[in-house]
Design a protein around this ligand. Structure first.
Ligand code: FE2
Length: 423
């Protein structure tokens, strides 16, 4: 007897006809032909069952605030930061909690099982920190939420940001953030990386910095991030978010930089939808699109994930908590169009992003938590193509969200030799 039995699933690695038994919240069987009585049995009909989507970069203290107190007219990153400053003055803990919980509901329905959110640590009341610490506890049964202490206005540029960031960490925020390219000078940016990495090392925490979110090819703070990671023994625990300046850097310099990043075991985390929307705003034509060098970083051996960053906030008016949208965008902007590259884009919003967050027990294997999605897709490429419907979202062996199959959809398996359309 088992709690839940999924019959005839296709897995992301290509295995087909797989049954998945779940008992007491864990995966207890993963093979063809499992015969056992089950509290609930679901016929996957050959469709894709994949581990949950992971969004390793988001701003939950700002989400769903679009238009408050006004819209971002220029569409630039800098106007977004200024607008966020206006919003911070007027939003309350309750407002943030209400919006964040609404977002979490949507994210779960879209099959997201874990989110790393940055939370602004510059304001003295730490309004966002107080709100999201409550949200983290409230959503725990159905969503892993990790908080990054993020001094949005610059940990050195803002006079109280350092003290407040340390207070936020004392209150239980999980990860150390930063924004070196927004400090007043290159030297201050460098100093901020050193100071924040040392704080993380002392406390045994991970680091995730907004790093070089700029079109300026001379914004090279990722170099210092790699250096401090290696010096302080933080390999594998440090993420460079955005890294958009790498798009514009001189190729010779990049040929030196990437090996340093590999040596440091950095994770690279572009946010494709936001990068392509916000970068290159000062260009005429040709117009840079700002996404970092995904293929080069991946091929050099770095772990690369994709984040969504924003939804309906001062920086971005759209979004729907859909990591397949993000993979789809990255695939196009990065020209990752071979079969292997497209499959890898699915990994980037699942396994790779789980590694960035350091999620324990992630993945489909016996003994791991029974967290997964049944998607209306034949395989990972088909899932990206369709931004496939999340038919069932399973958490700890229980179905926690369902969406009906689309009326008009055609899934043709990408596997050679397979010709059974799933309609
Ligand atoms: Fe961000």
């Amino acid at each position: 007897m088992t709690d839940l039995l999924i019959k005839n699933a296709t897995l992301p690695d290509g295995r087909t006809g797989i049954d998945i038994a779940c008992n007491k919240g864990l995966i207890t069987g993963l093979e063809p032909g499992i015969t056992t009585e089950a509290g609930q049995e679901i016929d996957a009909g050959g469709l894709l069952v994949a581990p949950p989507f992971v969004d390793p970069h988001f701003h939950m203290d700002a989400t769903l605030s679009r238009g408050t107190p006004r819209m971002n007219v220029s569409g630039t990153l800098l106007e977004g930061i200024a607008l966020w400053g206006e919003l911070k003055e007027i939003q309350t803990i309750d407002m943030i909690i209400e919006r964040a919980l609404a977002y979490c509901d949507l994210a779960v329905a879209k099959g997201i099982g874990a989110i790393r959110t940055h939370v602004d640590t510059c304001d003295d009341p730490l309004t966002g920190v107080q709100a999201l610490l409550q949200v983290r506890e409230q959503v725990k049964p159905y969503l892993d939420l990790q908080l990054v202490a993020f001094p949005q206005d610059g940990v050195l540029r803002d006079p109280t940001a350092m003290d407040n960031t340390i207070r936020a960490l004392d209150m239980g925020v999980d990860v150390v953030g930063g924004i070196p390219h927004f400090e007043r000078t290159m030297a201050d940016g460098t100093a901020s990386v050193t100071a924040l990495c040392e704080i993380a090392a002392e406390r045994g925490l991970m680091v995730d910095m907004h790093c070089d979110e700029s079109d300026d090819p001379l914004s090279r703070h990722v170099e210092m991030l790699a250096f401090e990671t290696t010096r302080l023994g933080l390999q594998g625990r440090v993420t460079g978010s955005h890294l958009t300046s790498m798009h514009s850097m001189d190729n010779y310099y990049v040929s030196k930089l990437i090996p340093l990043m590999v040596e440091a075991g950095l994770h690279a985390l572009p946010n494709p939808a936001i990068n392509i929307m916000l970068q290159g705003r000062h260009d005429t034509y040709p117009k840079r699109r700002g996404m970092t060098r995904v293929r080069e970083l991946r091929d050099a051996g770095l772990n690369v994930g994709f984040g969504s960053d924003c939804m309906m906030d001062p920086w971005y008016s759209l979004g729907q908590a859909d990591m397949l949208d993000i993979a789809w965008m990255a695939l196009h902007v990065g020209q990752l169009s071979s079969m292997d590259d497209m499959r890898w884009c699915f990994d980037a919003v699942t396994e790779n992003s789980a590694r960035i967050m350091g999620l324990e027990g992630y993945g489909l294997a016996i003994g791991k938590p029974a967290h997964f999605n049944l998607l209306h897709a034949s395989d990972p490429i088909d899932a990206i193509r369709q931004r496939a419907t999340r038919l069932k979202v399973v958490r700890a062996g229980k179905v926690i969200a369902e969406t009906p199959a689309p009326i008009a959809a055609l899934s043709l398996p990408n596997r050679p030799g397979s010709a059974n359309p799933i309609v």
